[in-house]
Structures are given as C-alpha cells and as structure tokens.
Design a protein around this ligand. Structure first.
Ligand SMILES: NC(=O)c1ccc[n+]([C@@H]2O[C@H](COP(=O)([O-])OP(=O)(O)OC[C@H]3O[C@@H](n4cnc5c(N)ncnc54)[C@H](OP(=O)(O)O)[C@@H]3O)[C@@H](O)[C@H]2O)c1
Length: 155
C-alpha cells in the first residue's frame, strides 16, 4: 500500500489543522502528491515540509486561499491550471469545526462555514469532478458540516 498512491494527486482543503491535516497525511503516507489550499500559509508550509521530510517525493503544493469568498475557489482552480496540476482525489474538508451547544456559542464564525460549503465546495467539486470523470479516475470525499445544537437546548 506504501506506493499505492504514487501517481495520485490529492487536493485536501483545510489541511492546515484538525481533521484535514490527518486526511492529508494519509494519502501522503501512501505516496500521493498533495495540493493544500487553506488560509494559514505558515501551517500549510509546515505540513508540506513534514510530508516532504517523512515521505520524500514531489513537494506538496501550497495554495493560500479563502474558500468562503467567491474568488477563493476560482483562485485554487487558476493555480492548479498555472502549475499544470491535475487532481485525482478531492477531499472537501475545509469548514468550521467548533464544538459545544450551538446557542451558547457566538454566531460568528458559523456563517463562514456555510460560505465555505455553499460557495467553495460546489465550485471546486463541479470543475474538478468533471475532470476526474474525463480522466476515468474518480475520488471525492466530502466531510459534512457539523451543526451541533447541543443537548442542553433540547426540550
Ligand atoms: N471535528 C469534528 O468532530 C467534525 C465533525 C463533523 C464534521 N466536521 C467537519 O470537518 C471539517 C474539519 O473540521 P475540524 O474539526 O478539523 O476543523 P478545524 O480544526 O477548525 O479545521 C478547519 C480547517 O478548515 C480550514 N478553513 C476554515 N475556513 C476556511 C476558509 N474560509 N477557507 C479555506 N479554508 C478554511 C482551516 O484552515 P485555515 O484556517 O488555515 O483557512 C482548517 O484547516 C469541517 O468542515 C467540519 O465542519 C468536523
């Protein structure tokens, strides 16, 4: 399995921390090349260096983009084109992962997560999904957004 993803390019959104980081490390461990879009450049570069140090191969590609804005997903697609990258595996992970009863937490940044999932996710999935089908290879993993209403507010 170590080299099973050797010819695979995996794009993992929101890999600068949390679940996305782990979701990026697994295909990297199997030999995939990684493309890493998120906002936190330092964390992305640190992850790219870790992947390179642990697994070698082609360096991970860092793309700094805010997927909650209309420009963000388009920027990612533009960068893929400019860097001549073709994605084989798309992992839609970026989002807000806060925990606890919904009504006890401030409204912000919850709508930002909706912006990522309603704006960014369909744009990337539509374009990259069409390319995956055209290549005859297809892998899309989408982590569903969490809206935790919490037990303390159940009646
Ligand atoms: N943790 C759970 O138990 C759980 C359960 C169900 C579903 N989920 C879902 O799984 C995903 C990850 O959760 P997590 O707990 O790992 O969250 P997290 O630790 O807060 O990480 C969220 C990731 O999404 C990125 N992100 C957030 N807003 C972004 C934006 N506007 N543009 C680009 N990237 C953005 C962040 O990167 P930057 O800040 O660098 O941009 C970060 O890498 C979320 O979609 C969440 O809703 C999580």
């Amino acid at each position: 399995m170590r080299d099973g993803y050797r010819d695979i390019t995996a794009l993992v959104t929101g890999a600068s921390k949390g679940l996305g980081r782990e979701l990026a490390l697994e295909p990297a461990r199997r030999g995939a090349r990684l493309v890493l879009p998120a906002r936190s450049e330092d964390q992305l570069r640190e992850l790219a260096a870790r992947i390179s140090g642990q697994h070698g191969g082609t360096d991970a590609e860092v793309i700094v983009a805010d997927l909650a804005t209309p420009q963000g997903p388009k920027q990612v697609l533009r960068e893929l084109h400019q860097r001549d990258l073709s994605v084989d595996l798309l992992v839609n992970n970026a989002g807000i992962g806060s925990t606890g009863p919904f009504l006890d937490r401030p409204l912000e940044p919850q709508p930002r997560s909706v912006d990522v999932n309603i704006g960014g996710l369909p744009t990337l999935t539509h374009t990259i999904g069409a390319e995956l089908v055209a290549h005859g290879s297809c892998g899309i993993l989408t982590s569903s957004p969490r809206l935790n209403t919490g037990d303390s507010h159940q009646r």
